[in-house]
Design a protein around this ligand. Structure first.
Ligand SMILES: C[S@@+](CC[C@H](N)C(=O)[O-])C[C@H]1O[C@@H](n2cnc3c(N)ncnc32)[C@H](O)[C@@H]1O
Length: 470
């Protein structure tokens, strides 16, 4: 039946539990059906969007029963925006589902002997306004709701907000976003109004024209904020008009920057960032350490939970002061600098050169002189020559991107035989895969999930691996 099922409607499907990536699971004719935008306990009719021999995927078209665990979503953009997909589930349940994802991934993929208990997830005190960075897109193609289209009325089509999931050219116009506090909502709304009043053009992504392209707002727990406007046209007068407006309206912005981006995509790692007013960076603080964040630097997007994550990492590393620590995928060296005081030496590796410049600067700003940082691709950097010219690590901390570690890196870790590995990950599936490979020589002795992203299905997880005695 598999492919023939596409577009068919499965009726009265009881949603049983959460699976990965926020989808839920039900069963139909002995097959698993993955359904988006539902909650365990719902009973729904599901339109099948993909049929395979072993499973199906679908979307709800009619609800017969709503789960008793559902709560009313608080955001008016819920369901369209795609940013906080779990607002309809209360936070305690969100946390238990996230922990369960870690349990499932490690039981299914990890195939680890004597798996330790997955600890209760460390929740976030703030479940709203917890992000320190948001990225908004200007568009001349605002997403219209079904009711708006059916009304036949004329609507303003310029928008400033978020992409509709899987639609690169449609933007939902955001009135209020519960993800970032501080001046974020005000800056976005005032700038949109100013642009509309002054008839400035919003970007047309299909034809690659338009002045206003993108707006990034970053903030710190110390009250600093960075606003970056990306322009899609090099029009000095209009650019100055926009930047002067922001400067005068929001004197509290501590780093007001802009970029002229005439490329096809919005990435700006290769472009000049102009400081219009204030400093070219903002500064976050953690345990008295200062972290300088430039417009191109990565910084964990939930500062308060980043602190929790780093504390778990440091506790798992259990440093005594005489260890050499490798911090792989170090970004701007935050973890390396955070643990430096407890180690003899820390060595951070990361492929974004600008991040390594920041990492070195962060070490210097904080008077840390036992940290070394190197830029390069991990699989090329972590080789025999590198190891020979540095001491072998006593502890490896690794925090790769979602894809996990390259197999060559895993093999190098097996060859290195560091007594301890602390593995931080934003994707328990790839983490479990890598841990399974490492289990050839390592035992898994601690698993601690941390919630960095309330209202979403994302979960961060820290594990500790200890070298087996031969
Ligand atoms: C999840 S972030 C970790 C950042 C850092 N540990 C922190 O907490 O701020 C992953 C980092 O890996 C870097 N990265 C991704 N692929 C890489 C590769 N192949 N080699 C080296 N670094 C890589 C990214 O640039 C990013 O900074």
């Amino acid at each position: 039946m598999s492919r023939k099922m596409k577009n068919k409607v499965v009726t009265d499907l009881k949603i049983e539990r959460i699976a990965t990536e926020g989808k839920c699971v039900g069963h139909h004719d002995g097959k698993v059906v993955f359904v988006k935008d539902v909650a365990p306990g719902d009973v729904v009719d599901v339109r099948i969007t993909r049929g395979k021999s072993s499973f199906m995927e679908g979307e709800p078209v009619h609800f017969h029963e709503y789960s008793k665990d559902r709560i009313e979503p608080f955001c008016s953009h819920f369901g369209t925006c795609g940013g906080c997909k779990w607002q309809h589930i209360n936070y305690d349940l969100q946390k238990s589902y996230k922990r369960q994802q870690v349990v499932d991934q490690f039981s299914r993929i990890g195939k680890v002997e004597n798996m330790p208990e997955v600890q209760p997830i460390i929740g976030s005190d703030n479940t709203r306004y917890y992000r320190n960075k948001l990225d908004f897109t200007f568009s001349n193609n605002r997403w219209l709701t079904r009711e708006e289209i059916d009304s036949g009325a004329e609507f303003e089509r310029n928008a400033l907000g978020f992409h509709i999931p899987k639609m690169f050219d449609k933007i939902v116009d955001i009135e209020h976003c519960y993800l970032q506090g501080n001046i974020s909502n005000e800056v976005r709304n005032e700038l949109r109004e100013f642009a509309l009043d002054n008839k400035l053009s919003f970007y047309d992504i299909r034809n690659q024209v338009g002045l206003l392209r993108n707006l990034i707002i970053r903030s710190t727990s110390t009250g600093e904020s960075m606003v970056i406007v990306q322009f899609g046209a090099d029009k000095t007068e209009e650019i100055d008009m926009v930047m002067a407006f922001l400067k005068n309206k929001f004197p509290q912005i501590t780093a007001l920057l802009y970029i002229v981006n005439l490329k096809k995509n919005e990435t700006f790692h290769d472009l000049e960032v102009v400081t219009y007013a204030g400093k070219p960076f903002i500064e976050e603080e953690m345990e008295g350490l200062k972290f300088r964040i430039g417009p191109k630097s990565f910084y964990q997007t939930n500062s308060e939970q980043a602190y929790e994550l780093y504390k778990v990492t440091r506790e798992f590393a259990d440093l005594q002061g005489d260890e050499v620590v490798y911090d792989l995928y170090t970004g701007t060296g935050t973890i390396a600098n955070f643990v430096a005081k407890q180690a003899k030496q820390v060595i951070g590796i990361e492929y974004v050169e600008a991040a390594i410049v920041d990492a070195k600067l962060n070490a210097e700003v904080n008077g840390i002189n036992n940290a070394l940082f190197y830029a390069g691709d991990m699989k090329d950097m972590l080789n025999d020559e590198f190891i020979a010219s540095h001491s072998k690590p006593d502890v490896v901390i690794t925090d790769p991107p979602r894809a996990g570690m390259h197999e060559d890196v895993v093999n190098m870790l097996l060859q290195l035989e560091a007594p301890k590995i602390v593995y931080v990950s934003c994707n328990p599936a790839t983490q479990a895969r890598d841990v399974a490979l490492l289990s050839e020589k390592y035992s898994l002795d601690k698993i601690q999930p941390v919630d960095m992203f309330p209202q979403t299905y994302h979960v961060e997880n820290v594990v500790r691996l200890t070298l087996k005695k031969s």
